[in-house]
Design a protein. Structure first.
Length: 480
């Protein structure tokens, strides 16, 4: 049974011993971060803080913070199981060009049952707050000592494309400026930012709704790197095998997830921007202050029993790592649509997802590793990847010792590097300029003559099965 709301997910976590309630008063400024960070680093449970200083609302954190809890959130045994479902969905389609396939994928009749359902009366509107410093009631965390202020860290930001009229749901952190306004940190390559640029160019006010909480699949879907104009709520419905219920926002022409815990309603005026940050980010460094739009709040609706969801990011591993690992597995079939030779992909946590991709391929012709490197540098959010290393298919990318062994032994830097430049992730601090800098691809596959290898590639050492078997059988006899 899919979870209809956050409360049901919390009950399930509690049943399975995956949640701990903290009854004593805790400070949302830094104290919760230190507690949650210790839990993240030691494989601890989700935490429900029932008594957060200055707020009547309980705060949930680390609910997605392990493979097990992320699997529970998506109601699967493994993320690969969802990847396989997506793969079989792709295969149900008639042959077509890659882009047609991608577009058609989300209009298939197999998905018709998972289309969002509009309802009239919704739990997220049981209470309505309008006027006064509305945000002050929420237990918004100040995460790290040098942060620019408190930040809403698990928001589902809802905007509408003024041309296609489709809604986007993206997770972008929001700095609380005062009781009525926040920053809106959508990076240049995200759908929310794309929408905002259109409103700004046309001098139009942009309606924005922000949902907090609700079913875990809805929260996860806002983090998923879906192609533009593909509805995250249809994706969430498909993930949980039940449609997401939406209700019209009280004061906006936007639909919001009906089971949300809170919904902030408001707008962004064209060019109404200010400095946001710094923020202790998921790279393990502070991302610098920069100019972003200001979200002005006109009303907040909520459930009667609303729980405030939060996360903290910082040096990996943190809660967001498990959300991103789910994405790595679920989206592998989509990457194969564009580069079918890809066998596997591993985004090491230390590379914080945008800095490093390890890829294995079934290599069949000269230059194929380079082809895959260039394909990934042109593919959605993968386009901002800084380092890509490509290996032959017979390697386990999660066996980092073997990965390093191949990388260090198979590569001639004079021949096997692809040095390039292009857009980088907004959080890369090593580049000379924001969002743009150098990139490196490494071909760590076996090289052929056509690829400039002037000698025969050596065979890898492997003992014969017959001798291995004989030694295993005689092992006791040796007397070790
Ligand atoms: C906890 C968390 C915080 C995030 N914060 C931001 C952020 O502040 N800005 C941003 O552009 N992306 C952020 N992301 C990544 C986006 O949610 C992700 O790229 C998503 O695909 C964006 O949706 P979109 O493709 O519809 O724009 C965050 C992800 C997580 C899990
Ligand atoms: Mn999107």
């Amino acid at each position: 049974m899919p979870y209809n709301n956050l409360g049901q997910f919390i009950s399930r976590l509690e049943e399975l011993g995956e949640l701990f309630r903290v009854a004593v008063e805790v400070d949302p400024a830094l104290e919760i971060t230190e507690i949650a960070d210790r839990m993240s680093k030691t494989g601890g449970p989700a935490l429900l803080f029932e008594n957060v200083k200055g707020s009547p609302h309980p705060l949930l954190i680390n609910a997605f913070g392990s493979f097990r809890r992320m699997e529970l959130a998506l109601e699967c045994e493994s993320f690969d199981e969802i990847g396989a479902r997506l793969e079989s969905l792709i295969k149900t389609q008639p042959p077509a060009g890659v882009m047609d396939k991608l577009r058609m994928l989300f209009t298939l009749k197999e998905l018709a049952g998972f289309m969002p359902k509009k309802i009239k009366k919704a739990p997220c509107q049981e209470r309505v707050l309008a006027g006064g410093p509305m945000l002050d009631a929420l237990p918004i965390l100040t995460c790290w000592p040098h942060d620019g202020g408190p930040f809403i860290t698990l928001p589902i930001v809802i905007t509408r494309d003024p041309d296609s009229k489709t809604q986007n749901y993206g997770m972008y952190r929001m700095q609380k400026f005062d009781g009525l306004s926040t920053g809106m940190h959508w990076q240049y390559n995200k759908d929310g930012a794309r929408h905002y640029r259109k409103y700004k160019e046309r001098g139009l006010r942009m309606e924005v709704a922000v949902a907090l909480g609700g079913p875990p699949a809805v929260t996860y879907a806002a983090t998923a790197p879906l192609p533009p104009d593909i509805d995250e709520m249809l994706f969430a419905g498909w993930l949980r095998s039940a449609p997401v219920e939406l209700v019209k926002a009280k004061t906006l022409d936007l639909m919001v997830p009906a089971e949300s815990d809170f919904v902030l309603e408001g707008y962004i005026d064209p060019g109404d921007e200010r400095i946001e940050g710094p923020f202790g980010d998921h790279t393990g460094f502070y991302s610098p202050a920069d100019v972003y739009p200001i979200f002005r709040i006109t009303c907040i609706t909520s459930r009667r029993d609303a729980i405030y969801p939060a996360t903290i990011v910082g040096k990996p591993p943190m809660e967001d790592c498990y959300m991103a690992k789910a994405t790595e597995r679920i989206f592998l079939p989509l990457m194969r649509l564009i580069a079918p030779e890809i066998v596997d992909i591993e985004l090491p946590l230390e590379g914080v997802f945008h800095n490093c991709a390890l890829v294995s391929i079934k290599k069949e012709y000269a230059g194929q590793a380079r082809k895959v490197i260039h394909a990934l540098w042109g593919m959605g959010q993968m386009a901002s990847t800084k380092f890509i290393a490509v290996f032959d298919h017979d390697i386990d990318l999660r066996d980092y010792s073997t990965v390093l062994w191949k990388l260090l032994n198979n590569v001639d830097p004079g021949r096997d590097l692809v040095l390039s430049g292009g857009p980088l992730d907004a959080l890369d601090h090593s580049a000379s300029y924001a969002n743009y800098g150098g990139k490196m691809g490494v071909d760590a596959t076996r090289k052929t003559r056509e690829e400039g290898m002037g000698r025969d590639w050596p065979d890898e050492i492997r003992m014969s099965d017959e001798v291995k078997k004989r030694v295993s059988e005689r092992w006791k006899e040796y007397g070790f």
